[in-house]
Design a protein around this ligand. Structure first.
Ligand SMILES: Cc1cc2nc3c(=O)[nH]c(=O)nc-3n(C[C@H](O)[C@H](O)[C@H](O)COP(=O)(O)OP(=O)(O)OC[C@H]3O[C@@H](n4cnc5c(N)ncnc54)[C@H](O)[C@@H]3O)c2cc1C
Length: 316
């Protein structure tokens, strides 16, 4: 089959990889400039910072197999065993050159078209007609949609397929963040990550401790409540407020550069009970997948991508 996967985040890339392995011709379309979605790494000055997902845990054998392969390839390493002086004994993994490097690795060898916003999916004759915002379209014998559910819903509005109400109404927490490049090491204690330290931040990560940046650089993620309350503030005002609250974690370091970042669809608030949603009664098979299906985290995205591929996998 010619399969189109919408979204080059982890779930889309994993689905595309496995569908390719079973003999399908797969095209991945993503509106972003690069692959990775919420597995995002950015440069600020000379520093490199993870901007979305910061680390991941492993809870299932399927994901453990993927992670073991990534460790073997040197893409991923165990960052620590919990945050705080004693930790909790459970491994937290980070990608050596930033989370985007992992996505790039998965995209290697796949046909991935970035800067390709899927605008509308329409039923064709035994296929889907996947329309892009440049007025071109791609024909698909099967379609896998992996964007956050509100975006999936708008892409599918003209498909004739009605998503279940609970999927349509899934809400997402937002995240406001700042990426800060410093002139010397931060004051963040070992292991370089702090979870829920106060009423503002949800997570703080030292990108040097994670092995992502040589130049001192810290990612500050505001928690969901703070992000929601300040979402409509002038970005200069929310950035200044976050930077002020960040000061104790910077110690004597001077700020070289600050870059604010916003995630509108950071974390799904509810999770669908199955690992993907499969619809076989439309013009052609349709699978909706992503972290809203198997858990609001890196592992959930991977498990959902694996399930999406398996649901279409009979070899051709
Ligand atoms: C700030 C933040 C911190 C996080 N921290 C952690 C963490 O520490 N640990 C952890 O395990 N998880 C964390 N997560 C969650 C983790 O990043 C996600 O669960 C996972 O990356 C989701 O992958 P996905 O493939 O389901 O979706 P995404 O990565 O969102 O991929 C969807 C893709 O679809 C594309 N897209 C959307 N609409 C269209 C369209 N119309 N046309 C074409 N393309 C489209 C997007 O550009 C995107 O690339 C964090 C997330 C955020 C935002």
């Amino acid at each position: 089959m010619d399969v189109v996967v919408v979204g080059a985040g982890l779930s889309g890339l994993i689905a595309a990889r496995n569908l390719t392995r079973t003999g399908h011709r797969v095209t991945v379309l993503d509106k972003g400039r690069a692959v990775g979605g919420r597995m995002a790494t950015r440069r600020v000055g000379d520093a490199r910072l993870d901007h979305g997902a910061q680390f991941f845990t492993v809870r299932t054998p399927e994901f453990a197999d993927e992670v073991a392969a990534w460790i073997e390839l040197g893409l991923v390493h165990e960052w620590c065993r919990g945050f705080g002086p004693e930790g909790d004994g459970y491994p937290r993994y980070a990608a050596r050159n930033g989370m985007t490097a992992l996505a790039k690795h998965l995209a290697d060898g796949l046909e991935v078209r970035c800067n390709s916003l899927v605008f509308a999916v329409r039923p064709g004759d035994g296929c889907w007609d996947v329309g892009l915002d440049d007025a071109t379209s791609v024909r698909a014998d099967a379609l896998v949609v992996t964007c956050p559910l509100p975006q999936a819903f708008s892409v599918l509005v003209s498909s004739g397929v009605e998503l279940p109400k609970d999927l349509r109404e899934t809400e997402y927490d937002r995240t406001l963040s700042i990426l800060v490049a410093l002139d010397r090491p931060s004051a963040i204690p070992f292991p370089g990550g702090v979870q829920n330290p106060d009423d503002v931040f949800g997570f703080i990560a030292d990108n040097v401790s994670k092995g992502v940046s040589e130049q001192p650089a810290v990612t500050f993620h505001a928690n969901a409540a703070w992000s929601e309350a300040h979402w409509d503030d002038d970005p200069a005002v929310s950035t200044a407020a976050l930077l002020e609250r960040a000061q104790p974690w910077l110690g004597s370091a001077q700020v070289l550069e600050v870059s604010p970042k916003r995630w509108r669809f950071a974390t799904p608030r509810t999770i669908w009970p199955e690992r993907c949603w499969v619809h076989l009664d439309g013009a052609a098979p349709l699978v909706v997948a992503g972290d809203a299906f198997a858990g609001p985290r890196v592992e959930g995205a991977v498990l959902s991508g694996l399930a999406a591929a398996a649901s279409l996998a009979s070899p051709v």
